[in-house]
Structure formats: structure tokens, C-alpha cells
Design a protein around this ligand. Structure first.
Ligand SMILES: C[S@@+](CC[C@H](N)C(=O)[O-])C[C@H]1O[C@@H](n2cnc3c(N)ncnc32)[C@H](O)[C@@H]1O
Length: 421
């Protein structure tokens, strides 16, 4: 049997196949896309058996009257039956090194490290909408819950760099030494376990700045103790890095932790120096923004003003800021009134009439929220980056993401020490 028709994996999994077979989220699409994307680098063997098995399943479902053998399924995969390369950020050809992308979100780390010539060989992210954005841009669907052994089982051996922007959780370490076993049940434990099993040459972890003082400093102390003493990595003092120092107009401080496997003999690491390139919000401001969607109503502006006045100086209330064109944005954040924290002025608005999207009249000053594309640019994502999800998800995804240029500059320093650059 020769199958010539191109099949959209997304369609198959999201619509037809899943409904028919009644499945909930699984790793099948992740397995197939990881197999296809690693076809040329020797890593695909990790996914091969299962990729063929699930391709057979899909083809048997699509062509119920044909006999689908392993050979047919493999040929179909070789032929490129699934459309996974029509994407803005395809895998690097002739890559210089391999990395894995944990807690991948929408792939901020992936973009930065692909830019440096790395090939991503495994990615995990459990949020459905984030997976969609990831797939639309990189052609690969992330594996799911990283705490599950069946997910970890798909992590290939022999990658050079592990990247993870893991959510921060407290460890219950009262009276204990704050070692590996004491972190059990946290997401850091899963990261540490993967490092222990796979022994990558280098690691690059990212977290909120507040990790330094989390649980009175014990959380960070435990993380460092595990990495240095239990796992035997050289880990220099973590650094708070500000996105604004690397060419995006956003004041976003994050803590970076890097480490090197001890046997490499690396004993010194310098974080990248700020580029000192001055950028302002004007450089990323969108030209045409629909009045009905992002501009605030006069009434809503008044509500924000009243709210701020009530809470001013108390340190507990919500404060918004209007970012001037020649200024820079405060950190973009997820949840609550995150979108209203950084407003902008847009004088280009001409349509002040009431609309269906806005209760009341559009404010005359031209105060609006930033758009998802502006949030993408604040994090250093180029405009080719596809935003396939609704605004609410898009804001969440960019607010959660890393600032690509800051991560890239830091990873570049890591690679220099690994003699990869
Ligand atoms: C702070 S975000 C990281 C964002 C990412 N660095 C980026 O550039 O977009 C943490 C991510 O971890 C994901 N996550 C949390 N627990 C997870 C789990 N058990 N397995 C897989 N992903 C998980 C969340 O859905 C979230 O997207």
C-alpha cells in the first residue's frame, strides 16, 4: 500500500482519532513528532518503536480496509506523511550540540538555544494550550507530566544541556540536611533526578527572583546543596539577570542557576555582561491596534484610578502604570489583573464610539492594554512566532515565558566553556 495523502497530526489527534478512540491526553503525538524531528541525529531510535506503533494505529483508523503493517507505517513516516515541518522555527540542521527543554511552556529556552545551534531532543510541558503554541512554532508536541515515570522514560541519553524553568515549591526540610531525598514530591526533585540519571554536561535553571528568599532562603540553599553535593556539579553563585540588560524594553528580573558536571574541570563561570543597548517601548509598539479589543472604556479607566487611590501607599493594592513610549515596561505577569498593570497610550485611536466589546465609550486619552504581540516582543520573541491561541492563553504563556535574549546570552557563555561555540 502506498499512502500519498498528507495527514495533519493535529487534526487526527484533536478531532477524529481522539473522539473515535475516546482517549484523553497521551504522549502519542509527542512520540511521533519527536521521532520525525530527530530522524537525522541518531536520537530517533528512542522513539522509533512507539512511533511506528502509533502510526499504524492512525493509519488503520484512517484506512480501515487496508492492511497496515509495520513496514507500511515506517514507510509512511519516512515519506513524511505527517505535516510537522510547516513551521517558523524548524530544527537546526547539522547541530553542534543537543539539549532538552523541561517545563517548556511555549519554548522560550528552545528558541534561544536553537538560535545558538542546538538541537532539542526532548521536551515536556503539560498545559494543553502551551503545547499548541509550541507545536505551531517548533513542529513538535511536548511530552506531558514530567513527574510520571512513563514520561521520563522517553528522555534520550547523551544530551549536553538540560534547561528547566521549573515552578518553585517549598521543601519540607525542617531538621533535615536539605538533600536530594528531602526534595521528594517537588518538581525540583524531578529535575534533580533527571540530572542524576542522564548526567548532562551542563544545566541551566531559571526561576523567579523570589526564590532567593523563599522559605527564608532554605529552598535555594537546598537546591544548591543537591546540585553541588548530591549531584556533584560545579554551580557558581546564582545570578539575578534583568531582561532589560539584553535588549528588550522590560524590567524583568529572574534568577539563573547554571552548573557544569564536575569531571569537565570547569571552575569558573562569568554571567554575560549587559549589552547596554537602549531600547524603549516605542520600538516594539504595535502600529494598528483594534480599538474595540484593547482600549479601555472611560468607566473602566475611572475604576482603575479609584482603586489605585484607595490602595496607594498601603503596599497591598493593585497599581497600574502607563508606560510611556520612551520608557520600558514593568515585568509582565500572569493572573489577577496582570494585563492592566502595564497600560500604554495610543493616540492613533479615532473611533471613540461605544462598541459591543467594551461596556461604555472608549476613553479619550487612548489608554489601552498591551497586545499579546507586544508581550511576545517584550520577551524577545520575533514576529514570526505564531500565536495560535486565544488572547487569555497568549497573555498567560508570554507572562510565564523566559526573556529569550537574556537566556540566549547566558547559554552562549555556557557553550563557550563547553567548547561548543
Ligand atoms: C514558568 S513556566 C516555564 C515557561 C518556559 N520557560 C517558557 O519559556 O515558556 C513553567 C511551566 O511548567 C509547566 N508544568 C508545571 N508542572 C508540570 C509538570 N508536572 N509536567 C510538565 N509541565 C509542567 C507549566 O504548565 C508551565 O508552563
Amino acid at each position: 500500500m502506498k499512502i500519498k495523502e498528507k495527514i495533519s497530526l493535529e487534526k487526527v489527534f484533536e478531532k477524529e482519532y481522539k473522539i473515535k478512540i475516546g482517549e484523553i491526553e497521551n504522549n502519542k503525538e509527542a512520540i511521533i513528532t519527536h521521532f520525525i524531528h530527530n530522524n537525522k541525529n541518531g536520537v530517533s531510535q528512542f522513539f522509533r518503536k512507539d512511533a511506528i506503533k502509533y502510526t499504524k494505529e492512525i493509519l488503520s483508523y484512517k484506512y480501515p480496509n487496508e492492511e497496515i503493517t509495520n513496514i507500511v507505517a515506517e514507510e509512511a513516516l519516512q515519506y513524511g506523511i505527517f505535516d510537522t515541518f510547516d513551521i517558523p522555527f524548524p530544527p537546526v540542521e547539522n547541530s553542534k550540540f543537543k539539549f532538552i527543554d523541561l517545563f517548556a511552556g511555549i519554548g522560550g529556552f528552545r528558541l534561544a538555544i536553537q538560535n545558538l545551534g542546538g538541537k532539542c531532543v526532548f521536551t515536556s510541558e503539560w498545559d494543553k494550550d502551551a503545547k499548541r503554541t509550541y507545536k505551531a512554532n517548533f513542529g513538535e508536541r511536548p511530552f506531558g507530566d514530567i513527574t510520571k515515570e512513563e514520561t521520563k522514560a522517553f528522555i534520550p541519553n547523551g544530551f549536553d544541556l538540560l534547561c528547566a524553568g521549573f515552578p518553585c515549591q517549598a521543601f519540607s526540610i525542617a531538621g533535615k540536611r536539605g538533600g536530594f531525598e528531602d526534595t521528594r514530591g517537588t518538581l525540583f526533585f524531578d529535575v534533580a533526578e533527571i540530572i542524576k540519571r542522564k548526567q548532562p554536561k551542563a544545566i541551566f535553571l531559571e526561576n523567579v527572583k523570589g526564590l532567593r528568599n523563599h522559605n527564608g532562603g532554605k529552598t535555594l540553599a537546598t537546591i544548591l546543596n543537591v546540585l553541588r553535593n548530591d549531584l556533584g556539579y560545579f554551580v557558581p553563585e546564582p545570578q539575578v539577570v534583568n531582561a532589560r540588560d539584553f535588549g528588550v524594553p522590560q524590567n524583568r528580573e529572574r534568577i539563573y542557576i547554571v552548573g557544569f558536571r564536575k569531571d569537565l574541570g570547569i571552575e569558573n563561570f562569568e554571567y554575560p555582561a549587559p549589552t547596554n543597548k537602549k531600547v524603549t517601548f516605542a520600538s516594539i509598539k504595535e502600529k494598528k491596534v483594534p480599538a474595540t479589543k484593547y482600549f479601555l472604556s472611560t468607566q473602566y479607566v475611572q475604576t482603575l484610578i479609584n482603586h489605585k487611590a484607595r490602595h496607594e501607599g498601603k503596599g497591598n493594592g493593585f497599581g497600574y502604570a502607563i508606560i510611556p513610549d520612551d520608557g520600558i515596561s514593568n515585568a509582565i505577569v500572569v493572573g489577577g489583573m496582570g494585563r492592566e498593570r502595564n497600560l500604554v497610550l495610543d493616540k492613533r485611536i479615532t473611533d471613540f464610539t461605544p462598541t459591543t466589546h467594551i461596556k461604555g465609550t472608549v476613553n479619550r486619552e487612548g489608554i489601552r492594554k498591551m497586545t499579546p504581540r507586544e508581550w511576545a516582543r517584550l520577551q524577545g520573541f520575533p514576529d514570526e512566532f505564531i500565536i495560535p491561541v486565544a488572547d487569555a492563553s497568549a497573555y498567560k504563556q508570554f507572562g510565564n515565558s523566559v526573556a529569550v535574549p537574556a537566556v540566549q546570552a547566558t547559554a552562549n557563555e555556557i557553550l563557550k566553556l563547553l567548547n561548543i561555540k
